[in-house]
Design a protein around this ligand. Structure first.
Ligand SMILES: [Zn+2]
Length: 166
């Protein structure tokens, strides 16, 4: 084989690189291709409205209608992490009690996205760390946000359980 033969070089490169490319594209758990890549991490702080925090921390003025558009986790050193508003994120919109507490959020940070997606919510209270969610006593089911029960449409209650030590 001659190295001056471009087709032969291309073929050799393809054969050499193929296993690497396949490794990158496949998730080991599912074998599915094009799995989004993310890192999971814990962030501590308070959930705030991004527009208010930008104004308070940086003097950035936003338009009035942006006031409650984006939620963010603000860490003690003033880092802002915008939250994906799925049902776990929306819990912080629906229940202002959650925006008053010190929290630890287990989040996913996707490659290429500044937004973080909440996986689990903990309250960092003075006496303990609590896992936070909502609970219907009648149906014995947990929900991620404050609303009518998915099952009986009755009222649900805020639930905090001491988080297992890890
Ligand atoms: Zn119910």
């Amino acid at each position: 084989m001659s190295w001056r033969h471009p087709r032969a070089v291309a073929l050799l490169l393809a054969v050499t690189l193929l296993p690497t490319i396949r490794l990158l594209a496949e998730s080991p758990e599912t074998g599915e291709t094009r799995q989004p890549r993310f890192v999971t991490k814990s962030l501590q702080g308070q959930v705030v409205w991004l527009a208010e925090a930008l104004s308070r921390l940086h003097g950035i003025k936003t338009v009035p209608e942006a006031a409650d558009r984006i939620l963010a986790l603000e860490t003690a050193d003033g880092q802002l992490h915008p939250l994906v508003e799925d049902i776990r994120g929306r819990a912080f919109r629906r229940d202002e009690r959650l925006r008053k507490m010190q929290v630890e959020l287990l989040v996913r940070q996707f490659q290429g996205s500044p937004m973080v997606q909440i996986v689990q919510v903990f309250e960092l209270a003075e006496d303990a760390k609590y896992e936070i969610d909502y609970w219907c006593e009648i149906c014995s089911i947990a929900m991620f946000e404050l609303k009518e029960c998915e099952c009986c449409q009755g009222p649900i209650e805020f639930r905090r359980r001491v988080a297992p030590a890890n």
